[in-house]
Ligand binder design. Structure first.
Ligand code: C2E
Ligand code: CA
Ligand code: CA
Ligand code: CA
Length: 278
């Protein structure tokens, strides 16, 4: 019996060490990936119905792990959160996105770049000073950058999160409520946050052509957003009929495979200005 218990303890200890080793290697591989290009940002262009042009792009993280191959971004973000690396990763994303913003805006008319802010980071006291430091170092006009936030249970301190988001907005960042309609309480977010943009989740968008209910939900959400002086970005626009119906419903901006997939920066830089209406 004592022997058996000893074994269990040994096994438990081995498992604990293996986990610690795994986390350490994950941590170093994330740090290395940010340096050597295994981690990179794809940019998905956004079609502006009002202006009839591509007026912005969302930065989406990609990781080609040398050990495991490509890893899905939501999976990767979760692991970065667990490894305590979400701060460093997010500030790296911001820095990269600033470079992209400068390069797009050097080419012509105003171009917005959006980044995603993890729910784990949104309420941290250090967020604002770190972001302010990067912004000062890079000397960027924050009005060209949009911060997308989702409302999830992962956000522990809601008042602190709201304060941080208000501070970001005072610095000039645009605020976007991501995955609108799927969160825990998107409407209360809409009421409490001084946001500029609402992103319709693709779970609704993809159904508007064939399902009346989703069409009504999307139409009403667009009206609600406009009444609150928000612009509406539809994500997951996958075909021409959805693209056209969104225009009819008064949607401001569309994003999705029908317009373009997320692309490497250089590729999008070289072609976005000549992209015709899809
Ligand atoms: P999200 O913010 O909702 O991003 C939109 C996702 O929809 C992206 O998935 C995009 O590639 C995908 N998508 C775009 N157009 C279409 C379409 O027409 N049809 C379909 N079916 N999908 C489309 P992706 O790149 O796999 O990213 C997944 C999620 O990972 C993102 O969802 C976001 O929550 C998270 N994520 C990505 N990059 C970052 C980042 O830098 N920081 C943080 N915190 N999260 C990130
Ligand atoms: Ca997003
Ligand atoms: Ca989304
Ligand atoms: Ca999402």
């Amino acid at each position: 019996e004592a022997l058996k218990r000893g074994r269990t303890v040994e096994l438990f200890e081995a498992q604990r060490l293996a986990n610690a080793a795994w986390e350490l290697s994950l941590l170093t591989r994330i740090d290395e990936g940010m340096r050597n290009g295994d981690i990179w940002l794809a940019y998905q262009p956004q079609w502006d119905y009002r202006e009839g042009r591509i007026s912005g792009a969302e930065a989406l993280i990609r990781w080609n792990d040398p050990v495991r191959g490509p890893i899905r971004p939501d999976e990767f973000i979760l692991q970065a959160e667990q490894a305590g690396r979400i701060d460093a990763l997010t500030y790296w994303v911001l820095d990269q996105a600033i470079t992209a913003t400068e390069r797009f805006n050097a080419l012509g008319p105003t171009f917005q770049v959006s980044i995603n802010l993890s729910a784990q980071l949104v309420d941290k006291p250090s967020l604002i000073s770190s972001v302010a430091e990067i912004v000062r170092r890079r000397g960027i006009d924050c009005r060209l950058l949009t911060v997308e936030v989702t409302e999830t249970a992962g956000m522990c301190n809601r008042p602190a999160a709201i304060r941080n988001l208000q501070a970001l907005r005072s610095m000039g960042f645009r605020l976007s409520i991501d995955d609108f309609g799927t969160g825990e309480a998107s409407l209360s977010y809409l009421a409490e946050l001084p946001s500029d943009e609402l992103k319709l989740d693709r779970r609704f968008v993809s159904k508007i052509v064939h399902h009346e209910r989703e069409r009504h939900i999307v139409a009403s959400t667009i009206n609600l957003a406009h009444a609150l002086r928000q612009i509406v970005v539809a994500e997951g626009v996958e075909d021409l009929s959805t693209f056209e119906l969104l225009r009819q419903l008064g949607c401001d901006v569309g994003q999705g495979y029908h317009i373009a997939k997320p692309e490497p920066l250089e590729l999008l830089l070289s072609r976005y200005a000549t992209m015709a209406e899809p």
